[in-house]
Design a protein around this ligand. Sequence first.
Ligand code: ADP
Ligand code: MG
Length: 204
Amino acid sequence: MQFAAVDLSELIARCRAEIERHCEHLGQLDSAIGDGDHGANMRRGLEAVYRERAEISALPLPAALERVGLVLVMNIGGAAGPLYGTLLMELGRGLAMREEAADFAATLAQAIGAVARRGRSGPGDKTLLDVLYPVQAEVAGYAAPVRIAECARRAARGTEMMLARRGRASYLGARSIGHEDPGASSCALLTVTICDYLKDHAPS
Ligand code: ADP
Ligand code: MG
């Protein structure tokens, strides 16, 4: 799919609706191993992006993604705000420097690297990165959207058995085991929403 064909306004509306629908669940996941605010944080972020969707979708995709990142940093708050913000801003900046969508996977990898540096975290720390890394690998392998979505769901579930080494959940030590990471869960939710959008708009 050509990026120019993405209706960002519709995609933003879908992401906002999914976060709204799962807000309570994300809050419950965060109550188990954090402070319970992840659903509310994500809702605040997506609501802010939704309010700006007309201006955002009028921009070329790289600038639009950068703007989404900025709005997320300013509105999600908590630990997740700067991390989601970094992801989107770096993705936007990276795409602006490349020819068309030639190497989206490489740009995504570089943006994920920036998130990891920002959070001083890596694979297996029980964070949203544990969804982002495997998703990037599927994107790099040109997997179909359904497969990428399934990978994201599986990766989020996979954080359940991990020991948290970063963020509030790490204060719990071994007691963090047995609970899915809220950031990984929201990240999978958004990935699935984007994949569903791409599937629905695939050229037939
Ligand atoms: P807070 O922890 O400040 O209350 P949220 O509840 O909104 O913020 O977000 C928590 C999520 O942020 C975690 O579930 C985890 O996925 C992610 N996270 C927290 N700290 C880090 C970190 N250092 N690196 C990567 N991700 C992190
Ligand atoms: Mg929290």
